[in-house]
Design a protein. Structure first.
Length: 294
């Protein structure tokens, strides 16, 4: 049985840990509100931009000729994996990394064996995991979540887009956590390049002739790159909100577990203390009886 000093030391240590997890939960909750507002505002904009691109592309030959739509045999793959810079968030990072590895083992197994897969890591945890596994990892964009904004994500998107147009990559996929609610994050895999034509909604009418102002070429040349950049920015915002939700849930659970452990330790402490008191009483009684016998 542990001594009273050891039990007291463990209780003090767990109390300190519980205070830290409570504080981290409160910080995550505050940051989650801002991150949730950001993705809630971005979703309608991204959806409308995608619909606009589909509408314009439906009757535009220029869109079909866009370098971002050119499908070719897949020899070289860029996988953009969005994780976080920090841990203490449950299985948030692990799930994204596992999904990316599963994608490489299934869809891009031949390219992975040939060493033709490059990982663009948005988030330090993903970069560290794939470096340990021996993949070629682009770490230039790992520090975007400290001050997440469109400008920082745009640089990563432009690098992927330039790589596709130049032929360095034949396909670009994004793996990220989609934010559903505080307790639920859903792993998503989206193809960024080449652009896949959106399916026409049920009951949609045939293509309509539009009058373009400014020119059709100018609209499409601006709209397609912007849509691709927004797609990656939206994935980063989804992942950022998901991270704080996962961290808040993990810290809440850690605080509860610390409370349960404290209850057990306090019970052990009381039992140990009672045993020590009983032992001292028995020793005193035994000494008194020995003196009386003399």
């Amino acid at each position: 049985m542990a001594s009273l000093k050891e039990v007291r030391s463990r209780i003090a240590s767990i109390n300190s840990t519980q205070q830290i997890t409570k504080a981290m939960k409160m910080v995550a909750a505050a940051k989650l509100r801002r991150a949730q507002d950001g993705i809630t505002q971005m979703r309608p904009y991204a959806q409308k931009l995608s619909q606009m691109l589909s509408t314009v592309s439906a009757g535009a030959e220029l869109a079909a000729d866009s370098p971002y739509k050119q499908a070719r045999p897949i020899d070289r793959v860029l996988l953009i994996v969005v994780t976080s810079d920090r841990g203490l968030c449950g299985a948030f990072n692990t799930n994204a990394i596992k999904a990316a590895i599963s994608l490489l083992n299934d869809r891009y197994a031949a390219q992975a064996r040939a060493g033709n897969v490059e990982i663009m890591a948005l988030g330090k945890k993903g970069a560290e995991a794939f470096i340990r596994r021996g993949f070629r990892v682009n770490t230039k964009h790992t520090n975007i979540f400290g001050s997440l904004n469109f400008a920082t994500v745009r640089q990563a998107a432009e690098e992927a887009m330039d790589g596709f147009v130049s032929g360095r990559y034949d396909v670009v996929d994004i793996v990220f956590n989609e934010f559903k609610n505080v307790a639920t994050q859903i792993i998503r895999t989206e193809q960024m390049l080449p652009i896949v034509a959106a399916e026409a909604p049920a009951g949609a009418t045939s293509a309509v002739n539009y009058l373009f102002e400014p020119s059709e070429e100018e609209i499409i040349s601006e709209l397609i790159p912007k849509t691709l950049k927004i797609q990656l920015y939206k994935a980063a915002l989804e992942s950022n909100a998901s991270f704080y939700g996962a961290q808040m849930t993990a810290m809440d659970k850690a605080t509860e577990n610390a409370g349960e452990l404290l209850k057990e330790l306090k019970l052990v402490y009381n039992r140990t203390r009672q045993a020590a008191i009983t032992k001292e009483i028995l020793e005193i009684v035994g000494g008194a009886e020995a003196l009386a016998a003399d």
